[in-house]
Design a binder for this molecule. Structure first.
Ligand code: NAD
Length: 313
């Protein structure tokens, strides 16, 4: 199955590279307004395929996305040091507003996977534009907090001395400053986090929680300070989402999807656990939250709703 990638900077090329390394899809087509960049990235990734999954990788234009099962969107300006994701809003809304119709003209049946920031607002806008072309909202999926959830799982795993694959701990709401670490629902290998950490003699104290909250929430700022942008984590996450869709796995991700109302606020697009299948987002779950977490989720929804309104959606 063909996967298209629109926007082939750090995030788009890392997503394509992760697909090639893991054998996700059977063909990759890279599109960027900078055609030379798309060509160079495609050629470089193609040269990895003899060491990974053998598949064609090429650069193209929108017409070459024809027949794509998935189109990943990572076009846009990236976050500058000190800039919040919401600051990026207007710049990236203009870019995405222009490219969604071009993608759908060539690949009307594709599921769209969006990484461009601020990703929840971009996904809301893209899904609204796509709906005008008859595309169901569940077929436009934002990466949302899949990356934040991965950061939460990886850091907790490191603290506990266990594989991150055994840690189930979600980040909900906005992919951004108002995101909500769902501590009360965290489990490790089917044990509540508190039990597991006690038995491992690696306690999860209030001070540790605060430190972890900061480490997850501020991860992007720290990485941007050090290397200008973030790309490996999200590239791996985009490839994993694509894998779940192409294999119709029905895996659960905290990806960004449309909600009529969250905590009385809406319509809004944000992350809650959702089944992702060959049809896109199939079913969304509202987890049990404690009072602080549901207040924080409401705040996150309000912030996003306000930003979505500010661009007229
Ligand atoms: P980048 O500047 O390296 O790449 C962006 C690419 O988009 C450039 O190659 C540019 O030429 C291209 N582009 C711009 N306008 C275009 C258009 N109209 N049509 C086609 N291509 C166009 O940036 P990056 O570091 O790859 O980041 C891309 C986006 O991903 C940013 O919005 C960034 O904030 C976001 N991002 C999201 C996450 C996440 O978790 N969702 C993580 C990291 C970055």
């Amino acid at each position: 199955m063909k996967i298209g990638i629109v926007g082939c900077g750090q995030v788009g090329s890392s997503s394509a590279y992760a697909c090639a390394l893991r054998g996700i899809g059977s063909e990759l087509v890279l599109v960027d307004k900078n055609a030379d960049l798309a060509r160079a990235q495609a050629e470089d990734i193609l040269h990895a395929t003899p060491f990974a999954a053998a598949m064609p990788v090429s650069a193209g234009n929108y017409g070459d996305l024809s027949g794509a099962a998935i189109v990943m969107i990572a076009a846009g300006a990236s976050q500058k040091p000190g800039e919040t994701r919401l600051d990026l809003l207007k710049r990236n809304a203009d870019i995405l507003g222009g490219i969604i119709p071009s993608i759908l003209k060539a690949a009307p049946d594709a599921i769209l996977l969006i990484a461009s920031n601020p990703v929840d607002i971009m996904t809301h806008m893209a899904a609204s534009i796509a709906a005008e072309h008859g595309v169901a909202r569940g077929r436009v999926i934002g990466s949302g907090t899949i990356l934040d959830t991965a950061r939460f799982r990886a850091l907790l795993a490191q603290h506990l001395g266990v594989s991150s694959h055994s840690v189930h701990a979600h980040v909900l709401g906005e992919h951004g400053d108002s995101e909500v670490l769902h501590w009360s629902g965290a489990t490790v290998s089917n044990l509540p986090l508190a039990d597991f950490s006690k038995q491992m003699e690696r306690p999860v104290t209030p001070a540790f929680k605060e430190e972890m909250d900061e480490a997850v929430r501020r991860a992007a700022y720290r990485i941007i300070q050090g290397k200008g942008a973030t790309w490996y984590g999200i590239g791996a996450g985009m490839a994993r989402l694509a894998e779940s869709i192409l294999r119709d796995e029905r895996a659960v991700f905290t990806c960004s999807a449309y909600h009529e109302k969250i905590e009385g606020v809406g319509p809004v697009t944000l992350s809650l656990p959702a089944i992702v299948s060959a049809k896109g987002v199939e079913k969304i779950f509202y987890p049990q939250l404690d009072d602080d977490e549901s207040a924080a989720l409401k705040r996150s929804a309000e912030i996003l709703r306000e930003a979505i309104t500010s661009i007229g959606f």
